[in-house]
Design a protein around this ligand. Sequence first.
Ligand code: PEP
Length: 255
Amino acid sequence: MRAQLIAGNWKLYKNLAETKAFLAVLAGQTQQAPQVEQVLFAQAPLLPLIGEEWQRLGAPGRLAWGPQNLYWEEKGAFTGELSPVLARELGSTYALAGHSERRQFFGETNETAARRALAAHAFGMKAVFCLGESLAERDSGRTMAVLKEQCQPLFAQAREAPEGFCFAYEPVWAIGTGRTATNAQAQEAHAFLRGLVQEAWGAEAAAKTRILYGGSVKPENAKELLAQADVDGALVGGASLDPLSFLAIAAAHKG
Ligand code: PEP
């Protein structure tokens, strides 16, 4: 069975003091969700603080962290990018790649998202590779075709499954809108994605690969979404900013 993963995407939120305050609450409450792996995707300058604080608090739970984006080159004249080597040095064990906000505002493509995701693995981390359709694409019945297109460069660049690779299915119309995919819509997309993984990387990889759902996950809807057979966790934006709601979502995991 795939162990569920609950990841928070803090986007461009939280300063140093807010990060410390969040971790203090999380550390005090870990008995609520003791078995589930939790990951925080934070702005890069917060990563060393998360590591230091978590150690200082006695590392009471299964917390991992990582950047919201990283580059595929280790070093060079690439102003504004984050080196995967530095991300790893800062204790990152996961990295987000291809988030829809990167695609929408910063020109991320299926090709570059795949390169970033695979760089995470090349430098000792695990990727959470985000994909999902827009509302227009869903309304015109193109959801599955879009998911397939979004995966193509990834499968072309990686002939075998990178160990621990994760997908996050995030319908763009559900991100930050308060509108969540129905349980059936999520399950259908996840099962389809698992089929794509099986075609590209084989049955064993498909059975092992975790596919998270993201898009307005809240404590109120987490349990049902996480109960779907092919939903292996959640990628949570807004509701991950409050440690108690993040924990409540983590506590809804199915194993
Ligand atoms: C996200 O940022 O990946 C996300 C799913 O955001 P929200 O939970 O706020 O919809």
